[in-house]
Design a protein around this ligand. Sequence first.
Ligand SMILES: [Fe+2]
Length: 210
Amino acid sequence: MKLLTRRTLIKNTILGAAASVIAIPLQAKTTTPHEMEGPFYPITPQKDQDADLTKVKGLSGVAKGEIIEVFGQVLDQDSNPIEDVTIDLWQANSFGKYHHPHDTSTAPVDENFQAWAIIQSGQQGKYRFKTIIPGAYPLGSTQQRTPHIHFKIGKNGYISLLTQMYFPGQPLNTQDGLFKRKSSKEQAMMTARRIGESNQYQYDIVIERL
Ligand SMILES: [Fe+2]
């Protein structure tokens, strides 16, 4: 075996250390996967767009369905929280009906369900809203969309994101045409995390700087 001189040994050690520093990959987060907008982005003007979708201003009733809270953080790819991000979200009611003139299904409208909200991320990029688990709805004559919430996320200086959030444990997830097209990693990123057996769901969103 060739004996290394002290100088070669020191040199190799320094080069090795430098190489190992260079080899460490930057752990950039993957951005939240994109999904299509769908046909039911709200088009009917609506005054009440606050973070409580279970009540409509001026009405005394409460939306039908299982009430939940969705919360999370908007982050960039380096895990920095992003404040003042506009989060535009809409969903079907608990019967699987969109409050949209082009939804021709016979499922009932729920007048006490707000259906659409535009909120902003606050300190530390955090956001929270109260809603109900959306119903599944038919797609054509043979398919069903699994429960989901649509999101449109935007802030100057960042690439805007259209996506859909899914719920864990929904039996229709495995049959949903859009969900099935995603890789398992993408599916995981698009599925909220239920906190224990509670009505709280965490959904962090990662967007990319322009
Ligand atoms: Fe939808």
